[in-house]
Write a protein that binds this ligand. Sequence first.
Ligand code: HEM
Length: 151
Amino acid sequence: MTDTQRLHPTGRLVPDELDEAMVRAVVDAFYARARRDEVVGPVFNRVIAPEDWPAHLDKIADFWSSMLLGTGRYMGRPMPRHIAIPELADTHFQRWLTLFRMTVEELCPPAVAALFVERAETIGNNFRIRIAQFRGEDPRQLKLMRAGTAL
Ligand code: HEM
């Protein structure tokens, strides 16, 4: 280990290659794809008005910057936003995660892509558990979801 390695507040290392520009590129590419996608696109396009997309992308970039670079820029609470989407189902999460994995594997070096994917899978599975609880379903019936490599 060298003394130039950056530390995230959780104590994890931030990969050298990861910076704000890479976070932004991932966010822009992922949502450009997600908005056009036949599975997740209709959900995004119903909830987020066209004029609200720039602010949404800024917020998501803040989120990933906080998650992976430890900047603390995101102060929101994503869980209630997802609980409030009644049509959200496992098919959406599976597609979201796979599109996300394809995007980060295209744009990032392997260690950075793996970090994005691991964090997205953890958050996605937490959302699924909380949504199931909110809907009065048994979260123990859920199977761990991983991001696929192809649609
Ligand atoms: C799997 C991992 C996911 C992550 C890490 C994630 C992350 C986020 C974050 C950080 C926000 C911003 C919340 C805020 O306003 O502060 C957000 C909003 C949103 N997400 Fe997700 N999300 C995930 C899955 C999904 C899925 C599967 C869908 C459905 C297609 C979805 C649809 C949305 C929508 C429509 C909003 C806007 C909500 C609103 O403004 O009311 N997300 N997401």
